[in-house]
Design a protein around this ligand. Structure first.
Ligand SMILES: NC(=O)c1ccc[n+]([C@@H]2O[C@H](COP(=O)([O-])OP(=O)(O)OC[C@H]3O[C@@H](n4cnc5c(N)ncnc54)[C@H](O)[C@@H]3O)[C@@H](O)[C@H]2O)c1
Ligand SMILES: O=C(O)C(=O)C[C@@H](O)[C@H](O)[C@H](O)COP(=O)(O)O
Ligand SMILES: [Zn+2]
Length: 349
């Protein structure tokens, strides 16, 4: 169930009342503790005992160390199979919270209350939970659906611009892979503000939900949600390893530029379509300098992509605006050409 929260959070309270949990854990990070908990707490009405658990913010903490701390806290606080975890945060909190809840005592229930644009439109939906390990993105995880998702666009008011824009990248992705009108609406916006993006949140949520409903375990169509991520995740991993993190959505924007070019090289779209898309993405996102990374290192990381099979890198590539093909195999030469294309993009007219 995906539901927008009403002002007094009554739908959330009723829902929790029906679940009748033995205990509630509310997972926050430092920022959602300060900005979002003060909005949730005065409205939360429950007879169940509850505990607030805070983790450090940031992708660098979406790892086994934090997961272990959380499992230990569940143990100390006697979490049982009737417990409920409320993930109040961005994608790091929803990925991490979903992972620890779905594994502790083989799983207890969790609900997501996304507080970033990215988590509202993407991470809170679809049940991919997980953590990074050895700098590989989401390499350990589960498919486990939240019991419910409650979203509240007001949370976006305290979000930094860079984080809002990061979520915007996944929204653009939804348009490019599944809905040309959504892409046109979003790519013609002048700026990315909570007010500008708010009218389009529900469409992005619906696109994501529709795809994951058709293919929960990513055996086929769900792979299209990974457009931009094969190269994006590899680059994100390299920055993570360096300790110089970039927002997930910026990596995805870079990945979408590269993979749009790759779609052109593969003959899936013509040059006009590809350059129009690339120019539009560039209008919103800063250029990320990846000249320090060797193509070989980026490629090596791509071999860990979860869509791969039998040693081949499988891309999801658009074959038009609003449509996407998956399981696309490309030659290493084409991937190299694409990475060189991105590295030199600013020297092109
Ligand atoms: N499971 C999925 O399907 C899925 C989909 C997309 C992305 N992801 C994952 O999601 C993560 C990125 O999510 P994200 O962009 O939300 O990052 P995030 O959770 O790190 O949040 C970004 C920053 O915003 C802060 N923040 C959150 N809500 C706030 C608010 N309302 N006001 C002020 N600050 C706030 C956070 O503390 C953090 O510093 C990545 O790990 C990515 O791999 C998962
Ligand atoms: O939900 C999906 O499926 C996606 O691919 C959505 C992506 O935006 C998201 O970043 C996801 O976590 C990537 O999944 P992964 O399996 O490549 O780690
Ligand atoms: Zn993503």
């Amino acid at each position: 169930m995906i539901k927008e929260l009403d002002k007094d959070f009554s739908s959330l309270n009723e829902y929790i009342g029906q679940l009748s949990p033995s205990k509630i854990f509310i997972l926050v990070d430092e920022n959602t503790h300060d900005h979002c908990l003060p909005i949730l707490m005065p409205n939360l009405e429950t007879d169940a005992p509850f505990e607030i658990i805070e983790i450090e913010a940031g992708e660098e903490n979406k790892n086994i160390g934090t997961a272990t701390q959380l499992w230990e806290i569940f143990s100390e606080m006697e979490a049982d199979r009737k417990s409920l975890l409320i993930n109040l945060g961005g994608g790091v909190v929803t990925d991490m919270g979903g992972f620890v809840a779905s594994t502790y005592k083989r799983g207890f229930k969790f609900i997501n209350i996304p507080t970033t644009l990215l988590a509202m439109c993407d991470a809170s939906i679809g049940g991919k939970t997980g953590i990074d390990h050895q700098y590989l993105k989401n390499i350990i995880g589960t498919f486990a659906l939240p019991e419910a998702i409650f979203f509240y666009p007001k949370f976006l008011e305290t979000l930094k611009f860079e984080e809002l824009r990061s979520g915007f990248a996944e929204m653009l992705k939804h348009g490019l892979i599944a809905d040309g009108n959504h892409w046109n609406d979003l790519s013609s916006l002048y700026k990315v503000t909570p007010e500008d993006v708010a009218p389009f949140i529900s469409r992005s949520m619906a696109i994501k939900n529709d795809v994951v409903t058709k293919d929960f375990k990513e055996e086929n169509i769900r792979k299209i949600l990974n457009f931009g991520h094969t190269i994006g995740h590899a680059v994100e991993s390299l920055f993570l390893r360096k300790g110089n993190l970039i927002p997930h959505g910026e990596a995805v924007a870079l990945g979408m530029i590269c993979e749009t070019h790759l779609a052109f090289l593969a003959g899936l779209i013509d040059v006009e379509v590809s350059s129009t898309i690339i120019t539009k993405i560039q209008r919103f996102f800063p250029y990320i300098d990846i000249s320090e990374f060797r193509n070989e290192d980026i490629l090596n990381l791509m071999f860990n992509d979860k869509k791969n099979q039998d040693g081949d890198i499988n891309f999801s590539l658009i074959n038009g605006v609003g449509t996407c093909a998956y399981d696309q195999k490309l030659h290493a030469d084409q991937i190299n050409l694409t990475l060189d294309f991105y590295k030199n993009i600013n020297s092109k007219a």
